[in-house]
Design a binder for this molecule. Structure first.
Ligand SMILES: [Zn+2]
Length: 144
């Protein structure tokens, strides 16, 4: 019982250490700011404490880690094989809470966008960020 750090958590921690200098949400913050958007960060008034809130565009962006938020079909989301009685309910609770938060915000008229950590890997990042900018600004201008 001395090894309570599962292999999965160790590799998660290692990936956190590697990306310490630029966290995924910081990549998105910097890009949107550079495109002239202004937003609130980690706003605790909203469920799930969204990473980015853009009141002007009535849009909320969550930057989600693929493991903790169970990115379905993603190769970065591997359901832990060790200690499943702990991990499966825990990840399922996260997933349900995410879905509830999203539905609650959408009911209040927010446009909710999820950016997955795997979408911010170097080779695909630029395309994803450009698309995100479009998603934010186009949806709002469509309201007439
Ligand atoms: Zn993913």
């Amino acid at each position: 019982m001395s090894d309570n750090h599962t292999k999965e958590v160790r590799s998660y921690n290692m990936s956190q250490i590697r990306s310490k200098n630029t966290k995924p949400e910081e990549i998105v913050h910097k890009y949107l700011f550079s495109r002239g958007l202004r937003f609130r960060k980690n706003d605790k008034r909203y469920p799930g404490h969204p990473d980015i809130v853009l009141p002007k565009y009535k849009t909320i962006v969550f930057v989600n880690g693929c493991f903790w938020h169970s990115h379905e079909g993603c190769k970065d989301f591997v359901a832990p094989k060790s200690n499943p009685e702990y991990w499966i309910p825990k990840l399922e609770r996260n997933r349900l809470r995410d879905a509830e938060n999203k539905a609650g915000l959408e009911n209040k008229g927010w446009n909710v966008i999820i950016v997955w950590e795997c979408e911010l890997k170097k080779d695909v990042r630029h395309e994803r960020l450009e698309r995100l900018f479009e998603q934010i600004t186009t949806d709002a201008s469509a309201v007439e």
